[in-house]
Design a protein around this ligand. Structure first.
Ligand SMILES: NC(=O)c1ccc[n+]([C@@H]2O[C@H](COP(=O)([O-])OP(=O)(O)OC[C@H]3O[C@@H](n4cnc5c(N)ncnc54)[C@H](O)[C@@H]3O)[C@@H](O)[C@H]2O)c1
Ligand SMILES: [Zn+2]
Length: 392
């Protein structure tokens, strides 16, 4: 089937077709740095035959600080697998969190490092870190030599259930979040639940926002599971966290593969449910709100909006907001203080995506729909309700 309608085409058109398919493994496995684990080895060297894969490792400073012996474990792993992997030199540690994406010189410094370490198009950049480090280092790797293989090891809940498994990277520029970036499929992803043990409690909670989000737009059964397991998740039981990560990651992956728009050329963005205000809230809070915390507030606003315009019943809206509260989110935040400023986020979201305003709303749990018009009065009311009453 031709994707271009040639009936109105001018003369002299040659239709160029470049068939492209991306396959990448996402491995859910514990303790990937144990010398006996073959996950990293296979992920990085699977098509190298007898040649070794040359690997530059970049890691999140937050992870390295929280994990005594991280560099040693990495060295041990490379030593145990030296027949398949060769290190391109010392580990590169970069600051974690949103500062990784806000530091405009970082990508260039990483390019310099890659040049200095003589990476070529067969080399691998192996990145350990939260979503922000994966985004920034992933963007540097995607643009070095027009793209080298990237193996991601997300080390936060949000990294493992969302940011690290998809096909996007990017950094902030001129004060705009994710302004510059690329679509690039990773070479492989390894989600290792053991890394989640050292996270701050707020980072565990923040990551769960994306699990709630993807359950709301795609999977009511997963929403019920999150309700039933909320206490285990808050207690950070590794098995429950691992299960929530796996289910949410597979839902994100399913959407990217089957949603019909992996490179986001259209205007509908169901995976961005709750995000039009979240992106604005992150900026308004000067990034004191984590991405996931802002998404939880953004979802509460859209849920209360859906309730006020008759898309969702009050009991269902209450159920969603109570789950967010149970998982530990504080929904009222100072950044909600001026609804008019927040409402500008709607226009900025449209500008970022282009085309017609398209906002994902819910008409039930697991039932997403696109709306093209927002009743600003009702949205103002929803913002006030969340600002004043949180989950109630
Ligand atoms: N590319 C995408 O498709 C995509 C999707 C969703 C979100 N994102 C981006 O992801 C970012 C948020 O990612 P995040 O929630 O992972 O937060 P984050 O990357 O900001 O990390 C949070 C904190 O955890 C620390 N950290 C990381 N791993 C650790 C570990 N194992 N132990 C202790 N501390 C650790 C970091 O140093 C940081 O201080 C945002 O910038 C968001 O825009 C990208
Ligand atoms: Zn998000």
């Amino acid at each position: 089937v031709l994707s271009i309608d040639l009936t109105s085409a001018p003369t002299g058109v040659h239709l160029q077709r470049v068939p492209v398919q991306f396959d990448y493994p996402v491995i859910f496995q514990r303790d990937c740095l144990a010398p006996s684990s073959t996950a990293l080895r296979w992920a990085m060297s699977r098509d190298r035959g007898s040649a070794t894969a040359r690997v530059l490792v970049i890691a999140d400073a937050g992870l390295v600080q929280a994990t005594p012996g991280f560099a040693r474990a990495l060295e041990g792993y490379f030593a145990a697998h030296c027949d398949a992997l060769s290190s391109a030199g010392e580990l590169v540690v970069i600051p974690g969190g949103e500062q990784a994406k806000a530091d405009e010189g970082l990508v260039s410094r990483l390019h310099q490092e890659m040049l200095h370490r003589q990476l070529d198009r067969h080399s691998v950049v192996l990145i350990f870190g939260g979503g922000a480090v994966l985004d920034a280092a992933g963007y540097a790797a995607a643009t070095f030599h027009r793209g080298v293989r990237v193996v991601r090891v997300p080390t936060t809940v949000l990294g493992q259930n969302d940011a690290g498994v998809g096909v996007k990277n990017g950094v902030n520029a001129f004060g705009v979040k994710n302004l510059v970036g690329t679509f690039q499929a990773p070479y492989a992803v390894i989600c290792d639940s053991q890394f989640l043990g050292t996270l701050e409690a707020r980072d565990v909670t923040a990551g769960l926002a994306e699990a709630v989000k993807v359950s709301l737009i795609r999977d009511p059964e997963f929403f019920r599971w999150l309700q039933q397991n909320a206490a285990r998740l808050v207690a950070r039981e590794e098995e429950a966290l691992g299960e929530s990560v796996r289910r949410a990651a597979l839902l994100h992956l399913g959407h990217i593969a089957q949603g019909g728009d992996p490179f986001e050329t259209g205007s509908a963005r169901p995976l961005d449910f709750g995000h039009w205000s979240a992106h604005k809230l992150e900026v308004l809070s000067h990034h004191s709100l984590r991405h996931g915390e802002a998404v939880a507030i953004g979802m509460a606003i859209d849920v209360r909006y859906a309730e006020s315009v008759g898309l969702l019943s009050a009991p269902v809206a209450d159920e969603i907001c109570s789950l967010l509260a149970q998982l530990g989110f504080t929904l009222p935040h100072a950044a909600l203080g001026d609804p008019e400023v927040l409402l500008r986020g709607l226009e900025e979201f449209r500008e970022h995506i282009g085309g017609e305003l398209t906002i994902t709303q819910l008409r039930g749990i697991g039932q997403a729909m696109d709306v093209h018009e927002i009743d600003r009065g009702a949205m103002r009311g929803a913002i006030w309700r969340v600002a004043l009453h949180g989950a109630r």
